[in-house]
Design a protein around this ligand. Structure first.
Ligand SMILES: C[S@@+](CC[C@H](N)C(=O)[O-])C[C@H]1O[C@@H](n2cnc3c(N)ncnc32)[C@H](O)[C@@H]1O
Length: 375
């Protein structure tokens, strides 16, 4: 860090948590899991942890701009030490983010609760110098409500491990949110414990500059492979799409309706779909509880977006019940029916691209950000 010539706008650090006992692989059920991350993560005494954390955080303080902020990850093994060092150095703690893992692995012992969270301290360098926070964007990403400090995100998926694995790789979705919240395009981000450079990949995809420091050659090789992947525009845009998905985001049902039927649907505040999995129907997936809006369109034209009366709920109606409401369904005996609020149409800032293929307008589910637009 001392070799860096220019100061940076933001630091993301995922330091050793000091968890590894050196015991290696443990058998759980039929699976062998390696709980040893490497020598760099070996358990240390409290005073050794404090000394190490104080030293690297002091270097960070020197290289960070006065208006800059730092994010540091941890669990109870290191996070108190990190918090104490930050405060002794004069940083101002802004938040302690709880990353609630959507899919936590099973904890080895039955003597405690299952570990399912990590913590990320967000602090600014100076008590008196303001920092940057993109409040509006975070609010928009959280369906118009002030983004809370508990983030439910899954562990990194196979789609972000195509170049190999780092034992403690962070998910791109976590970095996506952190970078958008605390930096502007063109700014410089430093990661002093870069590992496979998840921070660098997210930074590149979001048009930020990146400096990473890593001690282990094999992780640098892995990080370089990940960087090279971005040279393929197709791969870069795939990664961007997956990274920007918000697993908690409210979903929109995009429903193709006949032009003759659309006015009746709007008048009654009812959209219906054939039940089952046949062509033209919707598969009810676990994400359905996040369904909050319905977009009606005819061949990609004449789009209307409405809020569902009850998020994530639908009823199964018989053909006869629908007929009693003025509809004339022809294809099945039972239909999934969603009720929306027809008194308030919602404006969208991005016109949705709805064509899936030639003459194909199947119902599908899209995140709300596809329609209201996030920048
Ligand atoms: C928790 S991992 C970071 C993983 C990273 N966030 C990712 O997504 O791949 C910490 C990394 O810091 C590296 N490291 C540990 N001590 C270091 C030091 N003193 N200087 C540079 N790198 C170090 C380790 O080799 C390890 O790859």
């Amino acid at each position: 860090m001392s070799a860096l010539e220019e100061k940076v706008d933001m630091i993301f650090a995922d330091p050793p948590y000091f968890l590894s006992t050196g015991k290696g692989t443990v058998k759980i059920g039929q699976r062998y899991i390696d709980f040893d991350k490497g020598d760099w993560d070996r358990i240390r005494s409290n005073s050794e942890k404090d000394k190490f954390n104080y030293e690297w955080l002091k270097k960070c303080q020197e290289i960070l701009k006065d208006s800059g902020t730092i994010w540091v990850c941890g669990t109870y093994h290191n996070i108190y030490s990190v918090a104490n060092c930050l405060q002794s150095l004069g940083f101002k703690i802004l938040n302690m983010i709880v990353w609630q893992k959507a899919d936590p692995p099973k904890t080895l012992t039955n003597q405690r609760f299952n570990f399912s969270a990590e913590y990320i301290i967000w602090a600014r360098k100076c008590e008196k110098v303001n920092h940057y926070f993109n409040y509006e964007l975070m609010e928009a990403m959280n369906n118009g409500v002030h983004m809370p400090d508990v983030w439910k995100l899954p562990a990194p998926g196979t789609w972000e491990k195509t170049c190999g694995k780092h034992p403690t790789q962070k998910p791109l979705r976590l970095l996506y949110r952190i970078i958008l919240a605390s930096t502007r395009e063109g700014e410089t981000i430093l990661d002093p414990f870069a590992g496979s450079c998840t921070t660098g990949i997210a930074a590149n995809l979001l048009n930020r500059k990146f400096v990473g420091i890593e001690q282990d050659e094999k992780f640098i090789t892995l990080a370089n492979k990940r960087r090279l992947e971005l040279e393929s525009k197709v791969r870069a845009s795939q990664l961007y799409e997956r990274m920007s998905e918000n697993p908690e985001e409210v979903q929109v049902l995009v429903n193709h309706v006949r032009s003759t039927l659309q006015p009746l649907m709007i008048e009654k505040g009812i959209t219906y779909m054939r039940a089952g999995e046949s062509k033209g129907s919707i598969l009810v997936t676990p994400g359905f509880e996040r369904m909050g809006y319905v977009l009606l369109h005819t061949n990609g034209e004449n789009c209307h977006l409405y809020k569902l009366k009850n998020k994530g709920s639908f009823q199964i109606w018989t053909k006869e019940t629908l007929e009693a409401h003025g509809f004339h369904p022809e294809h099945a005996l039972y239909y999934m029916v969603l009720h929306f609020d027809n008194s308030k149409e919602i404006n969208f800032s991005k016109h949705p691209k709805l064509r899936q293929g030639i003459n194909t307008y199947r119902s599908k589910i899209r995140p709300l950000s596809d329609f209201i637009g996030l920048k």
